[in-house]
Design a protein around this ligand. Structure first.
Ligand SMILES: *[C@@H]1O[C@H](CO)[C@@H](O)[C@H](O)[C@H]1NC(C)=O
Ligand SMILES: *[C@@H]1O[C@H](CO)[C@@H](O)[C@H](O)[C@H]1NC(C)=O
Ligand SMILES: *[C@@H]1O[C@H](CO)[C@@H](O)[C@H](O)[C@H]1NC(C)=O
Ligand SMILES: *[C@@H]1O[C@H](CO)[C@@H](O)[C@H](O)[C@H]1NC(C)=O
Ligand SMILES: *[C@@H]1O[C@H](CO)[C@@H](O)[C@H](O)[C@H]1NC(C)=O
Ligand SMILES: *[C@@H]1O[C@H](CO)[C@@H](O)[C@H](O)[C@H]1NC(C)=O
Ligand SMILES: *[C@@H]1O[C@H](CO)[C@@H](O)[C@H](O)[C@H]1NC(C)=O
Ligand SMILES: *[C@@H]1O[C@H](CO)[C@@H](O)[C@H](O)[C@H]1NC(C)=O
Ligand SMILES: *[C@@H]1O[C@H](CO)[C@@H](O)[C@H](O)[C@H]1NC(C)=O
Ligand SMILES: *[C@@H]1O[C@H](CO)[C@@H](O)[C@H](O)[C@H]1NC(C)=O
Ligand SMILES: *[C@@H]1O[C@H](CO)[C@@H](O)[C@H](O)[C@H]1NC(C)=O
Length: 318
């Protein structure tokens, strides 16, 4: 039977699937052979990996692709990168993590409690400029965000000063009790800290004993006046990182032996100096970072056809 004939059969047995559904229905490999491809509920596609030999570690490619699959206090697997929890990794070049909140709290007397400066020092990642915002929350508050753009250090900041909670508007972060700024494109190696403007929060202490500063995934943050106190309990917040391979452009990388994009892929640049990404060509689906990771949609149809025939043969008699 020719391929077209098989396709007709597929349609006759009532399998009507779009190309994307077909691709989703077939579990193509996302990790190297013999390598774990999941940690808890989080899928781990190559170049990421949880065990030696399963992640990209070429010292000439400057990057960080090791996921530490730890066990949390409930005995469940918990993927981590450095000291941060990972909640999702996409083959399109994003990784969702939980990042620390910079919390600067005061006692009623104005005495300052210890505070931290969260840092994100992972050179193969940039902070997604489209998905995140830098936010400061408080009524006696300012915050700095330090980072590197094209290897140049720089600082941006946010300020919010108010005296009465009745001025604070729910649902908008417009400067009263909550200040937000856009993240510049290509930002790396960040740290950020929240501070009290007066140095003691005494004027606003009854409704706002702390200043907060964090990077947060925009669509997971909706400000309300309750946050002036409750964010004290949110030790981490969700944010999105962009990931790439190395720090060279496609054009430079393609001429090197360690170029990683597999067969039937295209290469795209992020920002200059921020590395490249791989993508399956149209008509192919899979993990473009594996040598033969991109599979033709036709061959995926063929696999569906074969499994359907197998299923039919086990339940009906010809
Ligand atoms: C990468 O491999 C080198 C040896 O080839 C090793 O020293 C280094 O620790 C590895 N890095 C990671 C992140 O596993
Ligand atoms: C993975 O995380 C655990 C717990 O945080 C730590 O003890 C271990 O050293 C980490 N492993 C690596 C290879 O970094
Ligand atoms: C990571 O997730 C675990 C639950 O799996 C949680 O207990 C822990 O506090 C989280 N740590 C961070 C740094 O977000
Ligand atoms: C805050 O505003 C409310 C309503 O406008 C007012 O009744 C209250 O006295 C104000 N509180 C202070 C401390 O100014
Ligand atoms: C944000 O919260 C306000 C009320 O606090 C609500 O009216 C609004 O719909 C919320 N927006 C989103 C996007 O959830
Ligand atoms: C709080 O700071 C302000 C201005 O910095 C100062 O005038 C005031 O005395 C301080 N209050 C306390 C209780 O430390
Ligand atoms: C803060 O923590 C609470 C309770 O876990 C959660 O419902 C809320 O969504 C968190 N806020 C943000 C902005 O993540
Ligand atoms: C804003 O939301 C908080 C809960 O976060 C609620 O207690 C407060 O009443 C709301 N304020 C207004 C003006 O709706
Ligand atoms: C897909 O990759 C295979 C193996 O490298 C190659 O033979 C084939 O020509 C490629 N197809 C397209 C459309 O590039
Ligand atoms: C990338 O930046 C380097 C210097 O930082 C510059 O020499 C090069 O021309 C830039 N390449 C592109 C494609 O913009
Ligand atoms: C890439 O990173 C390496 C190692 O840090 C550095 O030596 C090199 O100059 C960087 N190249 C570009 C194009 O930024």
């Amino acid at each position: 039977m020719g391929f077209l004939g098989m396709l007709m059969q597929v349609i006759r047995v009532g399998v009507i699937l779009s190309a994307t559904m077909a691709a989703a229905a077939i579990a193509f490999p996302i990790a190297l052979p013999e390598c774990p491809d999941i940690c808890g509920k989080v899928k781990i596609p190559y170049p990421y990996g949880t065990t030696e030999g399963c992640y990209l570690n070429d010292t000439a490619i400057f990057g960080y692709y090791f996921i530490n699959c730890t066990t949390n206090t409930n005995g469940q697997p918990q993927p981590m990168i450095g000291n941060l929890n990972v909640t999702s990794i996409s083959m399109e070049g994003e990784i969702d993590i939980q990042i620390y909140n910079s919390i600067d709290c005061y006692e009623e007397s104005g005495r300052s409690l210890p505070k931290k400066t969260p840092t994100l020092n992972l050179p193969s990642f940039t902070v997604s400029a489209t998905k995140n915002k830098f936010v400061a929350v408080g009524c006696d508050t300012y915050a700095y965000l330090n980072g590197y753009l094209n290897d140049q250090p720089f600082t941006i900041g946010c300020l919010s000063y108010c005296q009465n909670i009745s001025n604070v508007v729910n649902g908008t972060c417009s400067g009263i009790g909550c200040c937000e700024i856009q993240i510049p494109e290509g930002l790396k190696n960040v740290d950020f800290t929240a501070y009290s403007f007066n140095g003691n929060h005494t004027k606003v202490w009854d409704f706002n004993p702390c200043s907060f500063a964090f990077i947060v995934q925009e669509d997971k943050f909706n400000f309300s006046s309750g946050y002036l106190t409750s964010l004290r309990n949110n030790l981490t917040l969700p944010m999105v990182l962009d990931w790439t391979i190395g720090n060279e452009t496609c054009k430079v990388a393609q001429n090197k032996a360690n170029y990683i994009c597999g067969a039937n892929t295209t290469c795209s640049d992020l920002n200059n100096g921020s590395g490249y990404r791989c993508k399956c060509k149209d008509g192919y689906e899979g993990n473009p970072y594996l040598e033969q990771g991109c599979q033709g949609i036709y061959s995926i149809y063929l696999q569906i056809y074969k499994t359907k025939i197998k299923e039919r043969n086990t339940i009906t008699i010809f």
